[in-house]
Design a protein around this ligand. Structure first.
Ligand code: NAP
Length: 323
């Protein structure tokens, strides 16, 4: 019989709902426990998605010996603390993006996973969906010929409210950590770590970044042009241009929607996509496949990528402060 895993969720807010939906189609995933600061909220979530146990304390959930793996879906500022807590308790971790608040924290998380020999992965769900992998594979297989440029943006209107998570510096708010991370990681996934980074940014009244544009120069003369914003609706597409045309992940590029190739003569051809579930199932399936193999690190979403990504995000955030 196939091994199953008992999942627990910390912070059953907005995104935890999507993740729990994703778990529902995975036979290996047991919807086991949910912990919130509010028991009422944990109970409601448990009932909605068919979990077995609800806790009003994260620590109490982690004491449950039957629990195998924890999905951390709290606000950005809490990822480090909650990941360390889970790893200390010997529980495998899938932690929401951004992995932590800075590179030093990510290094400590990775060190802790190695010390405890416990699995750890950043929940960058778009990296693990087939459309993103097909996008890269098409580029690498020469669909556009030699690639030169990656253009990508992610923007929508989030009306300003100083108490909202995305505008609250105390909760790790800002367009860069919340949505800019998607164009940034995709650029790095396609072209590697940038050699130079230029940033132009406009802050919201709370000081978190409102709109940020980023220019990367990668090795082999490749360029990425990226923008994130909570002030305007952007195309939310990802496009790689090369000598023979362009490949496009259509709106919303970070979800599995549509992939096409446009030749230099303007002729556009769709590339069929594989897709199952709501997309969040892929990251959970990857975790369980790694646990089956006794790994502490995912080959598809390795520590090295999370470390590089956070080092680049740190630099962008620093440069964004200058404007
Ligand atoms: N992968 C994706 O597609 C995606 C999309 C959106 C967000 N995210 C990421 O998911 C994480 C959560 O985002 P969300 O939109 O789901 O957030 P949210 O609903 O505002 O909050 C999630 C949980 O964080 C805790 N929390 C909220 N505000 C808090 C505060 N002031 N102090 C302490 N704890 C607080 C709460 O846990 P309790 O229930 O215990 O109170 C809440 O349930 C973020 O890191 C974000 O970057 C990912």
């Amino acid at each position: 019989m196939e091994k199953t895993y008992k999942w627990g969720i910390i912070g059953p807010g907005n995104i935890a709902n999507k993740f729990a939906e994703g778990l529902q189609i995975l036979p290996k995933a047991e919807r086991y426990a949910v912990a919130s600061r509010s028991l009422e909220k944990a109970e409601a979530f448990k009932a909605k998605y068919g979990f077995e146990k609800a806790f009003d304390s994260y620590e109490e959930m982690l004491k449950d010996p039957a629990l195998d793996v924890v999905y951390i879906a709290t606000t950005n500022n809490l990822h480090f603390e909650h990941t360390m807590m889970c790893l200390e308790a010997g529980k495998a971790v899938l932690c929401e993006k951004p992995f932590a608040s800075n590179l030093l924290q990510v290094k400590q998380m990775v060190d802790k996973a190695r010390e405890k020999q416990v699995f750890l992965m950043e929940a960058l769900w778009s990296r693990l969906i087939p459309s993103m992998m097909q996008f890269k594979a098409q580029m690498e297989n020469g669909a556009v010929g030699k690639p030169f440029l990656f253009q990508c943006d992610f923007g929508f209107i989030s009306p300003f409210d100083p108490y909202k998570r995305v505008y609250d510096p105390g909760l790790g708010g800002g367009s860069i950590p919340d949505i800019g991370i998607y164009p940034v990681f995709t650029a790095m996934y396609l072209f590697g770590k940038p050699e130079t980074i230029q940033v132009a940014s406009v802050p919201a009244p709370t000081g978190t970044d409102w709109t940020t544009s980023i220019l990367f120069k990668h090795k082999n003369k490749k360029i990425s042009m990226l923008t994130s914003s909570f002030e305007m609706v952007l195309e939310n597409e990802a496009r790689v241009y090369g000598e023979n045309g362009s490949l496009k992940l259509h709106r919303m590029f970070h979800m599995p929607v549509r992939l096409s190739f446009k030749a230099n003569d303007g002729k556009e051809t769709d590339i069929p996509l594989q897709m199952e579930g709501n997309g969040y199932n892929y990251e959970a399936a990857e975790v369980m496949e790694c646990l089956d193999k006794g790994l502490i690190e995912s080959p598809a979403m390795p520590f090295a990528f999370s470390l590089e990504l956070m080092s680049v995000l740190d630099e962008i955030v620093e440069k964004a402060k200058i404007g």
